[in-house]
Design a protein around this ligand. Structure first.
Ligand code: MSP
Length: 476
């Protein structure tokens, strides 16, 4: 089935409530899902939580809870956040779901049977924050490169996945599929690291028990990343027509897992690989990584309370070019809300509404009442909208530029009102052109700001347009 779009977010660790970083990835996925839906494709948007492993076990212990009991208490926070942000997902997967456990065991057994898993001893360094192994050369001044914490020395019996066997196959795959790792600079980073060598991956632990036991040796618990990555496969196992994912969105912290380990597992399991892994940048606060312990975080309720849901969605996608880092500031959000959503879009809608409202139903009948009347009425204004360019930008996931392009057209419409002065000339044709253009703008903005878009569409499709409430109240 080509006419489909399967898009995924990472499954988040439910060790705390979600923040703007998680919201960013999830909103991007939602925007692209909505756009593809609008284009007539069958869409599946997947998100969820990554619940096994030492990190979750440790935090649950801190709260005197069983791991599952602990994660159960956090899942509603994620679901509530996505609901408030209007994320229209098709499945919220939890790695503790029964069907997922089954898939993980099946794949492990399959890979084991073909000889890609062997037993050995692991000696090395582990960061529980990352749930990842590091070698000496990965470290920064002896500490975890991400968390800047001390690493744990591990020595235990473990099963290894023959990751090294896939090094050349991966490089070959990247060459044949130039869109597999996006953007290009990230592909370079991955290739540089890959060319330095690829070690086999330890995929089981015996020192704790919160996870899925290996089907061929129950004393061993499956490594949390091996388990987690397979969620993307579990989620559509019953809807096979969606496989493989068309787009998997992650930030750079976990690009190695998605661009190297994940495709190697799929190659070994003889499952078709995803089309594209898109790696975006980080949101920071005062130029520092978001971190609850240092008080540098903004949760979803705080985000929405600044200027509403649509302004939050708009801001996150408009503020930074896709793939780059960005610094979050409440004032920057308010500025975009005031200057772009209120002054440009809100103003256009309210002016045109105000001009059409007194004309009542006869306005509608004149332009839409008779057969073919719309076709007969040429719309010069709407022709200034570069739809081809917008489609291309969407295809390249350049969502900030899509918004730029739509808002350039909003500017053109505002200038049109100003120059044509329909309140003086009483030229209804101009109002017709504006009305149609506003409906088009609403349609194109639907993936980004669905609530506002639906309001505008409803209002401007009515036979009798009436003056309604302002869309965006300015925040002073
Ligand atoms: N559980 C793993 C993912 C497993 S996927 C098979 C994990 N979870 S996480 O909760 O740490 O989420 C990481 C992801 O959240 C990032 O890759 C990114 O999508 C999003 N972000 C978290 N913080 C972020 C920022 N500060 N900025 C942008 N995105 C951020 O890793």
């Amino acid at each position: 089935m080509k006419n489909k779009f399967y898009v995924t977010t990472p499954i988040y660790y439910p060790n705390d409530i979600p923040h703007i970083g998680h919201a960013y990835t999830t909103i991007i996925a939602d925007v692209l899902a909505r756009w593809n839906k609008f284009k007539g494709k069958k869409v599946f948007l997947l998100t969820g939580t990554d619940e096994h492993g030492k990190k979750i076990q440790a935090i649950a212990e801190k709260f005197n809870k069983k791991p599952k009991e602990f994660t159960d208490s956090l899942i509603p926070k994620f679901k509530d956040a996505w609901k408030k942000l209007n994320i229209d997902y098709d499945r919220f997967i939890r790695t503790t779901d029964k069907d997922h456990e089954k898939v993980v065991k099946e794949i492990l057994q399959k890979i084991y049977n073909k000889g890609d898993i062997y037993k050995g001893t692991y000696k090395g360094l582990y960061c529980t924050g990352c749930e990842a192994y590091y070698t000496d050369k990965d470290l920064k001044k002896g500490y975890c490169p991400i968390h800047k914490t001390k690493l744990e020395k591990l020595e235990e019996d473990t099963y290894f996945f023959k990751l090294s066997k896939y090094k050349n196959k991966l490089i070959e795959f990247y060459k044949k599929n130039p869109k597999f790792i996006l953007p290009k600079n990230k592909k370079k980073e991955i290739l540089n690291r890959l060319n330095k060598g690829l070690l086999d991956l330890s995929i089981s632990r015996t020192s704790f028990d919160w996870g899925i036991p290996l089907p061929f040796d129950k004393k061993h618990i499956c490594y949390v990343w091996f388990d987690a990555l397979l969620n993307y496969y579990t989620a559509v196992k019953k809807n096979k027509e969606f496989w493989p994912p068309d787009l998997q969105i992650v930030a750079k912290d976990i690009m190695w897992f998605h661009a190297v380990i994940w495709p190697a597992i799929l190659m070994s399991a003889e499952i078709k690989l995803p089309e594209s892994i898109f790696i975006h940048g980080y949101w920071t606060i005062n130029k520092e990584k978001i971190s609850k312990s240092r008080g540098k975080t903004i949760n979803i309720n705080e985000l929405i309370s600044i200027a509403g849901v649509d302004s939050a969605r708009y801001f996150l996608l408009r503020e930074i070019p896709f793939g780059k880092d960005g610094d979050f500031s409440e004032q920057a959000l308010i500025n975009r809300h005031n200057n772009e959503l209120a002054d440009k879009l809100g103003n256009l809608v309210s002016r045109v509404e105000g001009l059409i409202a007194p004309l009542g139903v006869p306005f509608y009948t004149e332009f839409y009442g008779k057969k073919n009347s719309i076709e007969k009425c040429e719309n010069k204004l709407i022709k200034k909208l570069n739809l081809k360019k917008i489609e291309k930008l969407f295809e390249n996931y350049e969502l900030d530029k899509v918004l730029n392009e739509i808002f350039a057209f909003v500017d053109i419409c505002n200038e049109y009102v100003q120059n044509k002065k329909p309140w003086e000339t009483k030229n209804k044709k101009v109002l017709y052109e504006l009305k149609e253009s506003i409906l088009k703008i609403a349609e194109l903005l639907w993936p980004f700001i669905p609530e506002t878009s639906e309001k505008i569409t409803k209002q401007f499709s009515a036979k009798k347009i009436i003056k309604s409430e302002v869309l965006f109240k300015k925040i002073i």
